[in-house]
Design a protein around this ligand. Structure first.
Ligand code: DAH
Length: 349
């Protein structure tokens, strides 16, 4: 019996110790750890009591076990209660930290747009594709033959001065005009030919309306019986599609080595309708592209019989077309990548 009263005293002390020990536990994980230590069969406050059973006289063991079990049940209940309370607190904290204020204004999604040059290029390709033109993509590095000689511009030809050329070697250069594509196409394909060839071109030229790199779109039609009238008809349709229904074209005589006759194509001013304004510098007309009937020598250079076939060609500066369309006065705006400028030049909305 002596053992039992000593045990009772111990139980009171253990309960107190557990109560004190668990009072400062801050989270459910700590409760779990503390409980494990307390219950541990070897060294735990409660677990080790069971180990002491063997020192208890047989007749007292039943009572001893009962008391220890009561303590266990008590402790288990205490830990369960603590666990529930702390878990609830933890969930509250989690909810508070994940709280979403649905009254906050949503973040604006800014989406980009195609560069105005790309838009213009795509628009031109769409227009010509709808007229039955195929697209030929040439290369930016060309040799002298394709860029000049085959286009009826041999080495000593004064027209070479019209285009200040970046030479990479005596033979290779950065193409100065997409016209080089005409030769590749006519060498590879027999008439009928109907292609446009868009791409970058390069010239040593730099001012408000010129850039050392710019973009052109070349056009070439070769077939039996093609005349300047076919060119004029196609151009009318083209300017109407790009600048507006009421726009007309006029042809002025010009010179390009690869076309004969050569023309400069103007369209009636789509801003003032032809009465004269700032855009057309008071003339009522705006220059949009160069064109002409393909020079017989060029056809012959490509092995095409110039008595049987004829053709027309044209070259459009895409930056120039974009500047006209968007009313941009300096070509640099198209190359500076300033989003404040570029986001205003969007036809895709
Ligand atoms: N290649 C000429 C240039 O870059 C533009 C041009 C004019 C192309 C007349 C043509 C054409 O095909 O027929 O200035």
């Amino acid at each position: 019996m002596q053992e039992l009263s000593a045990l009772n005293e111990r139980l009171v002390a253990i309960k107190k110790e557990i109560e004190e020990g668990s009072a400062n536990l801050e989270n459910s994980r700590a409760v779990y750890e503390y409980k494990k230590n307390v219950m541990d069969g070897k060294s735990g406050l409660i677990g080790s009591l069971m180990k002491g059973m063997k020192d208890i006289p047989k007749e007292s063991r039943g009572d001893y076990g009962k008391l220890v079990n009561e303590l266990k049940t008590w402790a288990q209940a205490l830990f369960d209660e603590l666990d529930v309370a702390l878990k609830a607190k933890e969930m509250d904290a989690k909810y508070a930290s994940e709280k979403i204020d649905i009254t906050m204004p949503a973040e604006e999604n800014v989406s980009g747009n195609l560069h105005p040059i790309t838009q213009m290029r795509n628009q031109l390709i769409d227009i010509f594709a709808s007229m039955g033109f195929d697209v030929f993509e040439g290369t930016e590095i060309e040799n002298d033959y394709y860029n000049f000689t085959a286009l009826n511009t041999p080495a000593d030809h004064p027209a070479r001065d019209m285009q200040d050329t970046f030479y990479l070697s005596p033979e290779f250069l950065l193409r100065t005009q997409t016209s080089a594509g005409q030769i590749h196409v006519m060498e590879a394909q027999k008439p009928p030919i109907k292609i446009v060839s868009p791409g970058k071109v390069f010239r040593s030229d730099d001012d408000a309306t010129h850039s050392p790199m710019f973009t052109q779109l070349e056009g070439l039609v070769v077939d039996k019986g093609i005349t300047l009238c076919d060119l004029k008809g196609m151009l009318d349709l083209f300017v109407q599609r790009i600048f507006g229904e009421e726009v007309k074209t006029r042809l002025r005589p010009s010179y390009f080595p690869f076309t004969e006759p050569s023309v400069e194509v103007d369209c009636s001013c789509f801003s003032c309708g032809g009465t004269g304004c700032k855009l057309c510098k008071g003339t009522g007309w705006i220059e949009v592209l160069g064109a002409g009937v393909v020079n017989k020598k060029v056809l012959e250079n490509c092995g095409i019989d110039s008595d049987e076939y004829s053709g027309f060609a044209f070259g459009i500066g895409i930056e120039r077309a974009a500047m006209l369309k968007y009313g941009i006065n300096n070509i640099k705006h198209l190359f500076e990548s300033d989003l404040r400028v570029l986001s205003q030049l969007n036809d895709n909305d």
